[in-house]
Design a protein around this ligand. Structure first.
Ligand SMILES: Nc1ncnc2c1ncn2[C@@H]1O[C@H](COP(=O)(O)OP(=O)(O)OP(=O)(O)O)[C@@H](O)[C@H]1O
Ligand SMILES: [Mg+2]
Length: 261
């Protein structure tokens, strides 16, 4: 027998249930994909804040993505990386890491974010001159065996007890990379990580970064002036005058070993 009123209640229940289910599903998928994003991010300098290093930048980084940022010198690439990683503070805008606005973090939460979620290879290396290569890495990793493994991987084992001032630019850059890789992270920011490296070392470092994304599911952002590095990326943003002026999706990224560096 057919009961119209019961049928109606079932029908309403079905609609509401599916609406909520799908609503939550979309929200969940959406936030899972984007590990990091920003809205209208602005950074000004100068007494009156009249110089815009970044102007209303909105962008995102997908989980397990290799994202490359290119652009002319002074276009705001390092500024953007410094803000997304929490190293510097924005003038206005919001930055979401796993759906949480990091610009609202207190000191403790920000320290946790820097310690547990972020890795950074600085454009200017940021090594501590008074510490040896080994001691520089010891700052972020207490596992001595792991430090040796990383130094070996970076072909720096013989420089373990050297001070930064006695290293070449390329060697210092490789120490900076080893230090960044020595800590656990979800997102690794690399500000021109191969700027001082020869082609052989560039290829080696890029292969390591590529493996971290493709095999370990890490998320990596590389700022570069090298157009060849764009070929290995999943997506490329181009910056100019503090803004993102172009976005390209690379559906068929080339493997590092396929490129002639
Ligand atoms: N502390 C600061 N005070 C004033 N201006 C700054 C400061 N830091 C950066 N800028 C300016 O902000 C702009 C963006 O700088 P940023 O370092 O982000 O450029 P970039 O794209 O990384 O350049 P490059 O490719 O040369 O590294 C530049 O014009 C720079 O001079
Ligand atoms: Mg820079």
């Amino acid at each position: 027998m057919f009961f119209p009123s019961l049928f109606f209640i079932d029908y309403v229940f079905y609609i509401v249930y599916n609406y909520n289910r799908n609503k939550n599903k979309i929200m969940w998928d959406d936030t899972m994909d984007k590990i990091l994003s920003c809205n209208n991010l602005t950074k000004t300098y100068g007494k009156d804040g009249s110089f815009y290093a970044l102007k209303n930048v909105s962008m995102h980084i997908n989980k397990s993505e290799l994202l490359v940022i290119v652009g002319t010198s002074g276009s705001g690439k390092s500024t953007l990386l410094n803000l997304l990683s929490g190293i510097d503070k924005c003038s206005s805008g919001a930055i979401y890491f796993n759906n949480k606005d990091i610009t609202k973090f207190n000191e403790k939460k920000m320290n946790d974010y820097l310690k547990n979620n972020i890795g950074f290879v600085y454009q200017s290396y940021n090594l501590i001159n008074e510490l040896t290569v080994y001691e520089n890495i010891l700052l972020t990793c207490s596992n001595k065996k792991e430090i040796d493994t990383l130094l070996k991987k970076m072909n720096l084992l013989d420089k373990k007890n050297a001070y930064p001032k006695n290293l070449s630019g390329g060697e210092q850059q490789r120490v900076a990379i080893a230090r960044a890789l020595s800590k656990n992270f979800d997102v690794l920011f690399c500000d021109e990580p191969t700027g001082a490296l020869d082609s052989k070392n560039s290829e080696h470092v890029l292969s390591i970064l590529e493996q971290l994304v493709r095999k370990e599911g890490k998320t990596i952002i590389i700022v570069t002036h090298n157009n060849d590095i764009c070929k290995i990326a999943d997506r490329i943003y181009t910056m100019k005058n503090g803004q993102i002026i172009d976005e390209k999706v690379n559906k068929t990224p080339v493997a590092v070993k396929e490129i002639r560096w």
